[in-house]
Design a protein around this ligand. Structure first.
Ligand code: AMP
Ligand code: MG
Length: 328
């Protein structure tokens, strides 16, 4: 059980300051954290995750002042920090020399974000320096939103976990690149394109969902296969398309967005589970990864699920994850 790895605040802080790795809660997903300026600690994070060295890490800071230590924060970026930090917006900015190349995978840009989770902020305050943290899961697998999921991801190799309960948002931050001609969303997330555009007063672009190697290099998180379950996923355009399946077997698992829909499904002997009780997008995002992990534990042969209706930006971000989770 995860309780074996849950550690006190002091143990986690001492481990970090001693050059070690710990799992920390954020408002998005759990992070696998180390001191961002400690190259050897950063190397341990890559090894633990099995993350290719070409995939850069996000550097977490207390505020835009601390961001200045690792990145060049121009006045435009500062406006975004004032509006959206602390919160689930990661900015790609020109990097400063002191940040190890390993953190940025050799890029001359760095990803920075100021998390709002009170425990992560307390660690940042007491450590007094930036903390690098990718999601606390094995490379290309589903992110962790609870201490138990962190433990299940790493098993015996699991680092100490600071228990912050279940992550409030449950989906990774929006990544916004501020180093090209126009601001560009590299990863859709909890802060939507519309929200950013409304604040900025002009249109921004979204990086094409492509496996084009130059784009993949700029943001490795864009690689098609990501957020993977052990069980293969078949993705449908909508719920109606799932309902058209005529024969189900006991090896099929259907995941519906909400409980109300179950009644309309004549799918015996398939198993049905749901992402949420109400179908509210925030609730679906909150439960997304835990539900995918639960689906794996049921050990069926195939998971059937549909894209959400894109009623808001968060639904678009969930659909991005579902699309990658179903890609092999
Ligand atoms: P994760 O830590 O698993 O949430 O993933 C971090 C995300 O940030 C990935 O999508 C990376 O591609 C992205 N990222 C980190 N640093 C950079 C950078 N310098 N340029 C572009 N994307 C980055
Ligand atoms: Mg990740």
């Amino acid at each position: 059980s995860a309780s074996l790895r849950e550690a006190s605040f002091t143990v986690c802080l001492d481990t970090l300051l001693g050059g070690g790795v710990v799992a920390l809660p954020t408002e998005t997903v759990y992070g696998l954290a180390c001191l961002a300026l400690d190259e050897q600690a950063v190397q341990k994070v890559f090894e633990l995750k099995g993350r290719p060295p070409t995939n850069p890490l996000i550097v977490h800071v207390l505020d835009s002042h601390q961001a200045e230590q690792v990145a060049r924060v121009n006045s435009f970026a500062k406006l975004l920090c004032q509006k959206f930090w602390p919160g689930p917006l990661t900015l790609i900015l020109p990097k400063r020399q002191m940040i190890p190349d390993r953190v940025t995978a050799g890029l001359d840009t760095v990803a920075v974000r100021s998390p709002s989770h009170p425990l992560f902020r307390k660690v940042l305050r007491e450590a007094g320096q930036p903390i690098a943290a990718p999601s606390a899961n094995l490379f290309s697998m589903v992110s962790s939103t609870t201490p138990q999921e962190v433990f299940d991801s790493f098993g015996e190799a699991c680092p100490p976990i600071l228990d912050g309960g279940k992550c409030n948002i449950g989906l990774e931050s929006t990544v916004l690149d501020l180093t090209s001609d126009t601001p560009s969303i590299l990863r859709p997330g909890p802060i939507s394109k519309e929200e950013l555009e409304e604040f900025l007063g002009f249109e921004i672009s979204t990086s094409k969902k492509t496996t084009d190697s130059s784009v993949a290099r700029k943001s490795p998180g864009l690689s098609a296969k990501h957020y993977s379950t052990e069980t293969p996923i078949r993705l449908y355009e909508n719920i109606y398309a799932i309902q058209q399946i005529e024969r189900w077997t006991a090896d099929d698992l259907i995941i519906l967005p909400c409980k109300d829909l179950i009644a309309g499904f004549d799918s015996a002997p398939a198993t049905i589970i749901t992402f949420s009780a109400t179908g509210n997008t925030r609730e679906i995002a909150h439960n997304l990864y835990a539900t995918l992990k639960k689906a794996d534990q049921l050990e069926k042969k195939l998971i059937h699920l549909a894209l959400l209706e894109e009623t808001d930006g968060l639904a678009g971000a969930v659909n991005d994850r579902l699309t990658r989770a179903s890609s092999s």
